[in-house]
Design a protein around this ligand. Structure first.
Ligand code: PMP
Length: 430
């Protein structure tokens, strides 16, 4: 039988670092990544046959848990009808209609295959629409690995202590302004200096790439005002938060706090594909119709709107609209975070935590961080020890202190209790 270690050795010979996406390599926490053989409900099973309670959920998409019967049925049916046509299908319309029904800020949507593509395309569209070059992002927010966005990005890169990636010429990022999250002063200054040149501001409204940090309502309010005043587009990157923090996504939560609030463009991924490669960006018709083939902004994809991926996404979106879905997912996720905080308190370990819907974060510090610098100042050694102690006890948390966690509808109260028992032992063991 292959072991995780033997597979990792073999993988490193043929795949850089043995992985196809950096954070999977466990660089931030050390040790050997688990090679997953299969998954079922709330559980992952590795190559050695060990079972783990999965709090990664493929980094967000698996909101129903693994192998949900309605999703499998839809995918199996779609597979038999054809894997890819490179021509339009009715299912693409259905998925677009479903997404638009749930996201009132968008009148049109374009489907793509990854969050990276969606964020990159939204920026090109914002630049094409406004005729401006500059874009604003926030330190610790990750919007995929498009060149212009690899400026102190917070996911994976942060591990290697690299503020930017090699291979991105400085000229390519010269129009990208990076500001501190939740820092009103920097925001005001950026607009005062560059207001008429800013095409868009892109933000993760709840930043899951620095664990779990909410944009403060006053910050979002002012951001909205400044974008409107200066004619810049506000782009909400909801790749992680979309249909994950609630059926209304993060923009719906902010609209409740700030009546009438809406972003100009939105970017989705993860949950809308239910585990298949699918992402999207959308906004008002007036802006979206600047896209090819009707407008001058080019954007395309061989597998965009893929018939199997759209079937998977549609089935997933149908399930999460069942009455009470987010109430019970939110309650379960809260009980996990509350439980962790209790366990930490009993053990005399400083911890803070937060959650919304099926997304959560916890920090080894007594106060919730407000931006990237504060996240990275939390106790990394303690996090790594805790991560491994949990993994040894069959609980699979995100292998980096700057990543959010995810609970699925398949997680039971018993799974949560087993997780808390593992945490109790892990914190006692030190
Ligand atoms: N935006 C956000 C907020 C993300 O979390 C991610 C991926 N974790 C991306 C964009 C990029 O998506 P993908 O990995 O599908 O390219």
């Amino acid at each position: 039988m292959s072991t995780n270690a033997s597979l990792f050795d073999r993988a490193q010979r043929v795949i850089p670092g043995g992985v196809n996406s950096p954070v999977r390599a466990f660089r931030a926490v050390g040790g050997t990544p688990r090679f997953i053989a299969r998954a079922e409900g709330a559980y992952l099973f590795d190559a050695e046959g060990r079972r783990y309670i999965d709090y990664i959920g493929s980094w967000g998409p698996m909101i129903l848990g693994h192998g949900h019967p309605a999703v499998l049925d839809a995918v199996e049916r779609a597979v038999r009808q054809g894997l890819s046509f490179g021509a339009p299908t009715e299912r693409e319309i259905e998925l677009a209609e479903e997404i638009l029904k749930l996201v009132p800020s968008m009148e049109q949507v374009r489907l793509v295959s990854s969050g990276t593509e969606a964020a990159m395309s939204a920026i090109r569209l914002a630049r094409g629409h406004t005729g401006r070059a500059k874009l604003v992002k926030f330190e610790g927010c990750y919007h995929g690995h498009a060149d212009a966005l690899l400026v102190k990005a917070g996911s994976g890169l942060a591990t290697f202590g690299n503020p930017t990636s090699a291979g991105v010429p400085p000229e390519v990022v010269q129009h990208t302004l990076v500001l501190e999250y939740n820092n009103l002063e920097q925001l005001e200054e950026a607009f005062a200096r560059h207001g008429q040149d800013i095409a868009c501001v892109m933000i993760e409204p709840i930043a899951g790439n620095m664990n779990f940090v909410r944009a403060e309502p006053a910050f979002v309010r002012r951001l909205r005002e400044l974008c409107t005043e200066h004619g810049a587009l506000l782009v909400f990157d909801e790749v992680m938060t979309g249909f994950r923090v609630g059926l209304e996504s993060a923009q719906g939560l902010y609209a409740r706090l700030l009546p009438g609030f809406r972003p100009d463009l939105s970017v989705f991924g993860k949950v809308i594909g239910g585990g298949m490669p699918l992402a999207a960006f959308g906004g008002p018709r007036e802006v979206m119709e600047k896209l090819a083939p009707v407008g001058p902004v080019y954007q395309a994809g061989t597998l965009s709107g893929n018939p199997v991926a759209t079937a998977c996404g549609l089935a997933t979106l149908k399930e999460i609209q069942r009455p009470g879905f987010f109430e019970s997912l939110g309650a379960r996720t809260r009980s996990l975070v509350d439980g962790l905080l209790d366990v930490a308190r009993e053990a005399g370990v400083p911890m803070s935590g937060d959650s919304e819907g099926g997304m959560f974060g916890f920090f080894f510090t007594g106060r919730l961080p407000r931006h990237y610098g504060e996240v990275m100042a939390t106790d990394k050694e303690r996090f790594s020890r805790f991560f491994h102690a949990m993994l040894d006890r069959g609980v699979y948390l995100a292998p980096a202190l700057y990543e959010a966690g995810f609970v699925s509808a398949a997680h039971t109260e018993a799974d949560i209790q087993a997780t808390l028992e593992a945490a109790r032992e892990a914190l006692r063991a030190r």
